[in-house]
Design a protein around this ligand. Structure first.
Ligand code: IFM
Length: 487
């Protein structure tokens, strides 16, 4: 028997004995008295509220309408790679349920949706002739979003590299992949930017390089030596820059473009000027391979010195491409990566070791420190004079037990979101230019090597029936959006 149905029944018996109210089976609505309560926790007018997903994690339909295989299709089918032995052949079946999923967004009151385009749907072999049926899916999705008052924000690369490019070029080991990436982006921007006015280039360069090519946990599952890994890192950054240029050259004038990066979040041990400065310096150095080079046009001296003979090979022209001007910075913020303290050393900072007792959410890696949501955009704005920031992902996994009525009381997710959003509101109230927030994720979905065991959605997906059910966190998010302030 499920723990939660047991505890719920137990609670119901005690509640009845004490004359207490029991849990409602229906989604909670905000009590009206809250509406009048003064609050200083409002976000700026016009703040954009959205949800985020990625193609491979939700679409399914992997062989339909001419889609080619991606490295993740191949990888997920290698026995032992995915924790629960699953694959994403069907996932959330979003390819066939997109209109239903847009209605979920509408019911939340979101005004934007961040999705990714599957490169192998548009170019089954990664290059060459485009596949019109693949584009047609995104055409339909974009039109459906707009018809429901939801602005589409499209990510061009969320890790589903066409398998053909892995075989032909060795994936991002070759700069050829960066160049054909730009061709694909040029095509997608040319066809969609009359309606898609915001484009993200690459999602989480840092993770795709480190886990895919360094640690071998993600597709393509390689464990390259440091020198080769640094070259991959450089090609991915170059791919970002070439993609920015492709959007400028082929998108409608005014199309906005930027990266969506999982910034290495460096937090001051506590809020004292010397530690804050140390955390800023640490942010610049620990993000040297992506954000710093994208925004400064140079690898830092410390990055190059520590890489030594393993430093990437590059030209001055490469650096200029990587640093092509962007319109906004997308930051994926989940956890604190490092705590910085002031230090009297050449670097200007030291990193405090994280105690093993530091709290985390259901996923072990997801250490919980809401202030990451305050410091990350603030550091970015101050270090690089960034004028427009979107939080492109934030959310958490949870056990998500289902009660006897089919409801999920994901109070841990609500706790996490409430605290992170409170810190985001603090940042906006201080003038940090964050213009929108995309919650990860709209739906439970295929969580890469964790398969379906780690759920991140604010809507539960029953993967047998494909029924979607709002969790308590969906109610929380709807209320937060309604009041434009943390609920
Ligand atoms: O599911 C992933 C997403 O694809 C990239 N950012 C982190 C999420 C949670 O692990």
């Amino acid at each position: 028997m499920h723990f939660n149905s047991l505890s719920r029944r137990h609670f119901a018996r005690i509640a009845a004995a004490l004359g207490l109210p029991t849990l409602p089976a229906e989604p909670l609505r905000a009590a009206s008295h809250r509406d009048d309560r003064p609050t200083d926790r409002r976000f700026p007018d016009g703040f954009i509220w959205g949800t985020a997903t990625s193609a491979f994690q939700i679409e399914g339909a992997v062989s339909e309408d001419g889609r080619g295989p991606s490295i993740w299709d191949r990888y997920a089918h290698i026995p032992g790679k995915i924790a629960d032995g699953s694959d994403a052949d069907v996932a959330c079946d979003h390819y066939h349920r997109d209109t239903e999923d847009v209605q979920l967004m509408k019911a939340l009151g979101t005004t934007a949706y961040r999705f990714s385009i599957a490169w192998p749907r548009l170019f089954p072999d990664g290059l060459g002739a485009p596949n019109p049926k693949g584009l047609a899916f995104y055409d339909r999705l974009v039109d459906e979003l707009l018809a429901n008052g939801i602005a589409p924000f499209a990510t061009m690369y969320h890790w589903d590299l066409p398998q053909a490019l892995q075989e032909r070029f060795g994936g991002w080991r070759s700069r050829d992949t960066a160049e054909v990436f730009a061709d694909y982006v040029a095509y997608a921007a040319g066809r969609l930017s009359d309606r898609v006015r915001h484009i993200f280039t690459v999602n989480e360069c840092a993770r795709l390089v480190q886990l895919g090519y360094g640690l071998g946990y993600d597709a393509p599952g390689l464990t390259l030596p440091q020198g080769e890994l640094n070259q991959v890192r450089h090609h991915v950054a170059l791919g970002h820059g070439l993609a920015v240029q492709a959007v400028r050259a082929h998108g409608r004038p005014g199309t906005k473009v930027g990266p969506a990066e999982n910034i290495v979040a460096c937090i001051p041990a506590f809020d004292a000027p010397a530690h804050v400065r140390a955390a800023e310096i640490a942010t610049r150095e620990l993000n040297a391979g992506y954000l710093t080079v994208m925004l400064e046009g140079n690898y830092t001296d410390a990055f190059l010195a520590s890489a030594g003979a393993d430093a990437p090979k590059y030209t001055a022209e490469d650096l200029a491409i990587i640093a092509s001007p962007i319109d906004f910075l997308g930051l994926n913020v989940y956890k604190p990566d490092q705590y910085a303290v002031a230090a009297d050393n050449e670097a200007g900072f030291a990193l405090a070791p994280l105690p093993t007792s530091f709290p985390h959410m259901y996923s072990d890696w997801l250490r919980v420190a809401p202030e990451a949501m305050y410091w990350s955009p603030r550091h970015a704005a101050r270090l690089w004079n960034v004028k427009s920031i979107y939080i492109t992902e934030n959310g958490t996994s949870a056990t998500d037990e289902v009660d006897a009525d089919g409801r999920v009381w994901d109070l841990d997710r609500v706790m996490y979101l409430r605290n992170y959003l409170t810190q985001l509101q603090r940042a906006t109230a201080e003038g940090v230019p964050v213009q929108g927030y995309f919650l990860w994720s709209l739906l439970d979905n295929f969580e890469w090597q964790d398969g379906f065991e780690k759920r991140y959605g604010i809507h539960r997906v029953d993967f047998k029936t494909q029924v979607r059910t709002p969790k308590l966190s969906a109610d929380f998010y709807r209320e937060t959006i309604r009041r434009n302030g943390v609920a």
